[in-house]
Every structure is written in C-alpha cells, then in structure tokens.
Write a protein that binds this ligand. Structure first.
Ligand code: MSP
Length: 659
C-alpha cells in the first residue's frame, strides 16, 4: 500500500443467519480484525465492516421451521454474531444487516442504475425445480440428471419470469482486470482458477425471484412487485451500502475496499459477480479479494450432523482469546485448509508463545533485576551488538507486505526469527559471565538488545494479540501507539533508558486439552437425556388416564396390518451429492438384505449404523429416492433436539416381528 493511501476499507463476508457463529466465521473475522488493527496502528484512517446476510428462501424456511417470522429469527441470530464479535473485541466500525432500511434503499438504487444503463433485462428463467425444497438447481447439480441433490426427489423443469444481469457483457473486462492487477485475488494461485472459469464463458445472471417473498423488493419505478432480489445481489451490495451508497454517501470516500476477506467457497461471487456489478455501476474495483481455506476436523468438513463443529467461544474461553487468535493466524498458510486440533493449539501456546516469547521476556526481567535493579540503558546496543541489531532490523523493515498479502503465518514466522536472534545473543553474550568479568556495559548492551527486539516484536504483534502485547510493552516501560510504531519500527529507533516492570508469566504451560471432545460431550448429553426421558416416562405414567377414548383410534387388526420387524444393518453408505440420505442394506432374515434409503444422514453416519439393529416397516410399497429403490422405512423419533432411531433394547434375530 502506498504511503499516500490513507483510507483503508476492510470487510468480512456478511454471515448468513441460518447458522450460529462457528470457527470458520471467527477465522475470517479475526484476520480482518488483525489487518484493521494493523492499519490503524500505522496511522491509516480505517473503516472495518462486518455484519449479517438476512434475506432469502433458506432464512425464510429456517424461521418457519422455528415458528418465527423471518425478521424475528434474523434479529435473534444476527445478535448472536454481534454479541460474539463484541465479546471477541472485534474492532469493527460498522455492523451492517441486510434488513437495514438504508441498505435496502441502496440495493434498489443500484438496481435502478444497472437497469437504466441497459445491464438488466426481463426474460424467463428455466431451471430444474424441487418442489419439496422450493429451490432451483442447475443441471450440473442434479443427481443422475433428474434428482434433487438435497432431498433426492425427482425435480421438474419450471419456468419463472426473472430479471437478468448482463454478466456475459463483462467477460472481457473482467479478464482484463485479472491480467492488469495480478494481486487482485489472493492468494495469487487462486486467480488462475477464476480466470479459467471466466474464459469458459459467462451466462447472464438471474437476479430476481418470484418464488418467495423474503427479500429486497425491486425499485417502485420498475413496477414489478412480485419480484424480490436475488440474495447475492442484495448481499454483495452491502460493501458499498455500508458506506452510504444510494443514501447518504458521506463515507463513500473509503471506497474502493483495500481488501474483502472471504472463504474460498464464495470466491466466484466476489471475483466475478461483484466486480461486474461494480463496473456496471461505474464504481472502482476492490484492490484485493483474499480467499482463505477451510478449517476441518480430522481432515473432514465440519458439520452439525457429524458433531465436529468447533465453537470458537468455547475454545477462546478455555485457552485465552489472544492465544486462539495467534494460533489461527500462525497455523495455516493463507488459502490452504487447516485442521483444528487442541493438540496443535496447545503446542503453539507452549512452544511459540511460552518458550520463545514468554521465556525471553522472563529472562530479561530476571537479569535486568538481578544485575541492574531493572534500570536498562539502550545506548550500548549499536556498539556491542550492531550485527544482531541490524539483522533484526532488516526483518522488521520488510515484514509488512506479508500482512497485506494476508500471509499472516509468514509474517509471524519472520517476527519469530528475531526472537531467535535475541535468544542467541543471550546465549553467546552470556551477561552473567560478563558481570563476573566486570564488563557491565557489555552485559547491559545484551539485555538492552533483547529488550529492544522484544519491544519491536510487541508492536508488530499488537494487531494479533492486543492485550498481551500491551502487557509486554508495559513491562518494557512504553505504550504501543502509532508514535511508538513510528519510532521503533518505521524509524528503527531504540527505547532509550527505561525501567523494566516485573510481570507474571504471560503463557502458563498447558499440559492437557482443556475442552471435552465432541465424543465426550455426546456421552454426557446421552446420559443426561436418558435420565430426563426416564423422569418424563414416570410422570406421563402417573398422569395418564386409565382408558383412552375419542376418535383417531385404530383397532388391533388395523395395527397388525403394518408389519414391523427388527433388522440388522449390514452395510451403510452416504448417497453422493445428497445432504440427507444414507443407503442401507438391512438384513430382515430374508433371502437377501433389503435396500432402504433413509433421510437420517444429518444425525447418523454410516459407521454409527453398520452392525446395529433398527426397527423397519417391512410392508411399505417400495419407493424411488434419488433414483434408488427403497424397500422399507426405518422407525425414528424426532423432536426439537433432533432425530434418534428406535432400536430394540436387546439384539433380536433379524426379521423378528415387533408387536
Ligand atoms: N452470506 C454469505 C456471504 C455473503 S458476503 C457478501 C455466506 N455466509 S456464510 O455464513 O455461509 O459464510 C461466511 C464465511 O464463513 C465464508 O467466507 C465461508 O467461507 C466461511 N466459512 C464457513 N465455514 C468455514 C470453515 N469451516 N472454515 C473456514 N471458513 C468457513 O457465505
């Protein structure tokens, strides 16, 4: 970034309110926060934006499932994001919600501008529609050219009136942009993926829907009230409506964004649709779009159904927020996936923070106290340790670009190199020996060299670990600010004469994981549920009337028309491309196992089922799901907390009748 560019605009994606915050959201937000803090520290005028994405069919559905209005539901989840960011002391300047009035006005304004300049036209959208999921799918998303990737049901080709954005018109201009700004997409390797995609041709984009209601209406002037805007048009516009686009444009001078931080899954929306919209609006393009990788658990994607989602608050509470921040930004090269484990986090805390940084500070506190009553003078550093000082300075001088390229791991690695220089200087300088030899100046110079390196590291590490580094600075007799940044880092200056303050160790050693694993937690929940269910059963028994009466009763003969049998699952596998279905082979004591396709994937994995018993409705008419015959139904119970299978209490022979 050039010196003259004083305004710095940094954004996170706006998070969907159909899920509560997890480690992936925390990661993007923490990277953005670190860049914002750094930019402020060096003296730039920063605007840091985050928020929530609240429109669309999914959110409408999620609200409905909970018996809430979309607005009520969005208010609730949006507040969870905001509360977490506040608790994490995320230094955002604005928290935008796509249900904010001025945002919606801004989106309508943008629609009008694009419409007026001929980039929007009305046509018919043809797509494969799943009635059950109320969603269109492209041909490539369908399973076996016909079935819904979500629920497995057959889709139908439906035509819907829609407004289209002339994305195809911008293909060449987009390619020119990628060529002329080689670092517009970070990491740079990701740029080629986008270029290849665009080179394959861009279709115009359907940007309105009539199949649901929960969205921004088209501008009145267009006079088509049954349409609402496509969520991605609505959502992407947040980056400019937050600055007042279309309403009070006072903050538009922060535009263009320095960087939009996002996850790799939403790169195409940001690297193709967004710049094309901006070109159509006549606005400048962002300087960078930074796409990070995914956090996984044991190499697997995190998902609620697998029970492997990492709760960032739980981890931050147990290990310390700033240690967690350091870990996330140090552990994974930007753009690559990273596996979260408490072991890796503990190792980083004990080794990088405890041994390398914390111990170095302790050594300095100890020696300065013992030999000089904590009073340190920096004047001898350049005479006795010129080489080490210059080696460290060279690193401090060239470390900033790593940060703006979002290579936070490289940036931190570089800082840690200077800690090694400092540690080595103590080992070779041996202040204790120098003191014995009466060479007090040399002992003092070594201690001062280390203290000065630590001070510069504290400044440069401040955006990552604000409170911890404030403590380090206080121990070294200064405060972190733009002035100290300029003096110590920019100008390569020294602390001068100062008094060291003794502080308690910053990174106490951690031996064992501090948070129960999902399996341990699941076991505890199971136990709790068991005893709750027992208590409920007891209460229901006591309260039940002696005889049932009324309608809806069936005779015993009717009941016996349903054949219920015990079955043993002999094979189980996930149905590719389906979020819900598992394909089971269930032994019902017949000649060969029956194939049963069950919508239980959200709650059970194949490994939970093989060699276990289930209860099966055995005389159901076979049905076709995702093109596969299903020859029975598995009994399960579902309530607010999810679904659980109904199973025989003790193993029974496959095919045993239930009655
Ligand atoms: N609402 C859209 C963004 C609109 S921006 C104009 C959206 N929201 S999201 O809540 O689903 O995801 C937000 C971000 O979280 C994405 O950048 C996504 O990559 C990130 N992550 C979600 N799960 C993740 C991991 N497990 N690991 C890392 N980040 C992931 O997309």
């Amino acid at each position: 970034m050039s010196e003259s560019c004083k305004k710095v605009y940094i954004t996170t994606p706006i998070y969907y309110v159909n899920d509560v915050p997890h480690i992936g959201h925390a990661y993007t937000t923490i990277i953005a926060d670190t860049l914002a803090r750094y930019s402020r520290m060096v003296g730039y005028d920063v605007f840091f934006l985050t928020g929530t994405d609240e429109h669309g069919q999914k959110i409408e559905q999620a609200a409905k499932a909970r018996g809430k209005s979309p607005q009520e539901y969005a208010d609730e989840i949006s507040a969870r994001f905001k509360d977490l960011w506040d608790e994490f002391e995320i230094s955002y300047d604005k928290f935008i919600r796509t249900t904010d009035e001025d945002h919606m006005k801004g989106v309508q304004k943008a629609f009008e501008v694009m419409y007026d300049n001929g980039d929007i036209y009305k046509d018919v959208y043809r797509g494969n529609y799943c009635v059950s999921c109320e969603t269109f799918f492209t041909e490539t998303q369908l399973v076996d050219d016909e079935f819904c990737p979500e629920c497995g049901r057959s889709t139908t080709v439906v035509e819907e009136e829609s407004y289209f954005f002339r994305l195809s018109k911008y293909q060449d201009k987009l390619l020119e942009w990628y060529e002329s700004q080689p670092d517009c997409i970070l990491p740079k390797a990701k740029r080629n993926e986008v270029i290849n995609f665009v080179k394959n041709g861009l279709d115009d984009l359907s940007i309105t829907r009539t199949s649901f209601d929960w969205g921004v209406k088209l501008p009145e002037k267009i006079g088509d009230p049954k349409h609402v805007m496509y969520v991605w048009l609505d959502a992407l516009m947040n980056y400019v409506t937050a600055l007042g686009y279309g309403t009070d444009e006072a903050k538009m001078d922060y535009w263009p964004a320095k960087i939009h931080l996002i996850g790799k899954d939403i790169l195409r929306f940001h690297a193709i649709y967004w710049p094309a919209f901006l070109m159509s609006l006549g606005l400048e393009l962002p300087q960078h779009i930074g796409a990070h990788g995914w956090w996984t658990r044991n190499g697997e994607k995190m998902s609620k159904s697998k029970g492997n989602v990492v709760d960032p608050k739980e981890i931050a509470d147990a290990y310390g927020l700033e240690n967690f921040r350091y870990f996330m930004l140090r552990e994974v090269p930007f753009g690559q996936d990273g596996d979260f484990s408490q072991r890796a986090l503990i190792d980083r805390i004990n080794s990088d923070l405890g041994n390398d940084l914390g111990n170095l500070l302790n050594r300095i506190i100890g020696m300065s106290g013992k030999y000089f009553d904590f009073a340190v003078k920096s004047e001898g550093v350049k005479t006795h340790h010129a080489a080490e000082f210059e080696e460290a300075e060279a690193i401090f001088r060239q470390v900033e670009p790593y940060l703006y390229e979002v290579q936070t791991n490289r940036y931190l690695e570089e800082l840690w190199k200077t800690l090694r220089i400092a540690n080595k200087a103590i080992d070779t300088g041996m202040p204790w020996a120098k003191m014995k030899e009466g060479k007090e100046d040399e002992a003092m110079a070594t201690i001062a060299l280390v203290a000065n390196i630590l001070a510069k590291v504290a400044v440069l590490l401040h955006p990552f670990m604000p409170k911890t580094t404030d403590k380090i600075a206080r121990a070294l007799g200064f405060a972190i600010s733009t002035e100290s940044y300029v003096k110590l880092v920019k100008e390569g200056g020294l602390l001068g004469d100062f008094t060291i303050e003794k502080i308690p160790p910053l990174f106490p050693r951690i031996e064992e994981p501090l948070v129960a694993t999902p399996a341990e937690k699941a076991e505890a929940v199971k136990e709790e549920k068991k005893s709750e269910a027992k208590a409920k059963q007891k209460a229901a028994k006591a309260a039940a009337p002696k005889e049932e009466s009324g309608a809806n009763l069936i005779t015993i003969d009717q009941f016996f028309q349903v054949q219920l049998k015990v079955g043993t699952v002999v094979e189980a596998e996930e149905v590719p491309k389906s979020k819900k279905l598992l394909r089971l082979q269930v032994d019902l004591g017949e000649e060969k196992p029956r194939q049963i396709v069950a919508g239980i994937k959200e709650w059970y994995g194949p490994q939970d089922l093989v060699n276990t018993q289930v209860c099966v409705v055995a005389n159901l008419k076979p049905a076709k799901l995702m093109g596969m015959i299903s020859e029975g139904m598995i009994l399960a119970a579902k309530d607010d907390e999810g679904l659980c299978l109904v199973r025989p209490e003790k193993p029974r022979k496959p095919g045993s009748a239930i009655g």
